[in-house]
Ligand binder design. Structure first.
Ligand code: ADP
Ligand code: MG
Ligand code: ZN
Length: 442
């Protein structure tokens, strides 16, 4: 069994080994097919293979739900390069191509193995005959829901169309379902299981603790020259370790477009080439900045959080938050883009009470706006505020930062061993808090 699985891994995907025992165990559980499967592994861990390999070894077709056409396109292109029969039906598809795909799906033995589709499309009337046909002929092998946290209103990427997937899942009663996500705190995990109506799923959850990430918090208002401080952090992070891909790079997150522009300008003036990335730029310019950064021509990208989803770069040596993230879950996801190659990397937040007040105001305003729109309060509103407060506590507490993150995601306390500023030097953390308190009472 194991050798033939390895052979299939090699022949279809060109890999000699599974990336991890978890990846292997998930694949085996999916192939067994007697239970639904829930997978929570960090970005870059190779979640796609968890359904792609079983899809290749099954008779029928695997239906993959993914939230963004761009993400789908990347995957389908990649699979086509591997000669794996995969395609996507989406609103951008020319009518003739769509007809060809539907014809294949309607044929006695379809050639397609993987069909990628957005949740909007899977619920659209035009797709129903095809779906019913596949289902009644027993041609659906698996249902894979990627980025499954989008189903949860507690999560940071909620997409209402994902809620319809529960009905889909109920219709495909006999088809094993696989839900995949990179970050899910306990309550989001529960939401996913409920909304997708998973039946006693097997859980494969990688612990959130990553010991190669060093976390720290710096109070921005205590700094005589914040930009010089950031510059110092960056030069240090970029020189201490360089990955297999040579020179490392990094991300600075800012809340506003102006913030991105200013920080990029200041860093460049101090001697490190940094470029801004935000929604105010033309799409073409944004792509160019992203490419320059991916290729290592620009070492530092100064971006709003619109940057990062689907970006997989191994040698990110630091992620700095110039502004506070809006929740601890978002922060974990954003800072987690550092150190995917496993080498030491730094995650720093520049905390400022003024900045915190601004964000607090924005979040409460957004919550009120949502409540007025629907005319009632909701659990998810409280969650947005609670997650923000967790982020603030992370910054102003005197305890291990890794422990706070792990507890937030429902994991047990990890063995930090100096991978955060508190564990490395608790006195310095206390001194900083005392100076901040003194400053605020002046
Ligand atoms: P995730 O969805 O968990 O973020 P992906 O499925 O996009 O991760 O995979 C990340 C990268 O890892 C891809 O380039 C993929 O080809 C590669 N990968 C997946 N499985 C393996 C493996 N067993 N060996 C080597 N590389 C792998
Ligand atoms: Mg993925
Ligand atoms: Zn610690």
């Amino acid at each position: 069994m194991t050798t033939s699985l390895k052979q299939a891994l090699k022949s279809h995907f060109g890999f000699d080994n599974f990336r991890s025992t978890t990846q292997e165990n998930v694949v085996k559980a999916v192939i067994r097919g007697d239970k639904d499967v829930f997978v929570c592994m960090p970005t870059g861990a190779g979640k796609s293979l968890c359904y792609q390999l079983p899809a290749m070894l099954s008779e029928g077709i695997t239906l993959v739900i993914s939230p963004l056409i761009a993400l789908i396109q990347d995957q389908v292109d990649h699979l086509k390069e591997l000669n794996i029969p995969a395609c996507s039906i989406n609103s951008k598809l020319p009518a003739n191509e769509r007809r060809l795909i539907l014809a294949d799906l309607g044929s006695r033995s379809p050639k397609l193995k993987l069909l990628y589709i957005t949740p909007e499309m899977v619920a659209s009337p035009s797709f129903q005959p095809c779906l019913t046909g596949l289902c009644s002929r027993g041609l659906l092998s698996y249902l894979a829901v990627d980025e499954a946290h989008c189903v949860s209103q507690w999560g940071h990427d909620f997409r209402p169309d994902y809620l319809k997937l529960g009905e889909l899942r109920a219709r495909l009663a006999g088809v094993p379902c696989l839900a995949l996500t990179a970050t899910a705190p306990r309550n989001v995990q529960e939401d996913i299981v409920q909304s997708l109506r998973l039946r006693l799923p097997l859980f494969f959850v990688t612990p959130v603790f990553r010991n190669n990430l060093h976390y720290d918090v710096i109070f921005r208002e205590l700094l005589p020259n914040p930009y010089a401080h950031l510059h110092g952090f960056i030069t240090q992070a970029l020189t201490t370790s360089s990955g297999s891909e040579g020179q490392g790079c990094g991300i600075v997150y800012c809340r506003t477009r102006d913030g991105c522009e200013t920080v990029a300008y200041q860093l460049t003036k101090l001697g490190v080439l940094a470029k801004p990335y935000h929604a105010g730029l033309k799409a073409g310019d944004r792509t160019e900045v992203q490419n320059e950064w991916m290729q290592g021509k620009v070492l530092v990208i100064v971006a709003t959080i619109s940057f990062g989803m689907g970006v997989d770069k191994a040698n990110v040596r630091f992620v700095a938050h110039w502004n506070l993230a809006k929740s601890l879950a978002s922060y974990y996801q954003e800072s987690g883009r550092a150190g995917r190659d496993g080498l030491p990397s730094s995650c720093r937040t520049y905390y400022s009470p003024k900045d915190k007040e601004q964000l607090n105001f924005l979040i409460r305003k957004e919550v009120t706006r949502r409540q007025e729109k629907r005319g009632s309060a909701k659990e998810s509103d409280k969650a947005a505020i609670a997650d923000f407060e967790a982020m603030v506590s992370f910054c102003v507490q005197e305890s291990c930062r890794h422990a706070t993150i792990s507890r937030f995601f429902g994991d047990k306390t990890p063995n930090c061993t100096g991978a955060c500023d508190f564990c490395r030097n608790p006195k310095a953390v206390r001194a900083q808090l005392e100076r901040a308190a003194a400053l605020s009472s002046e």
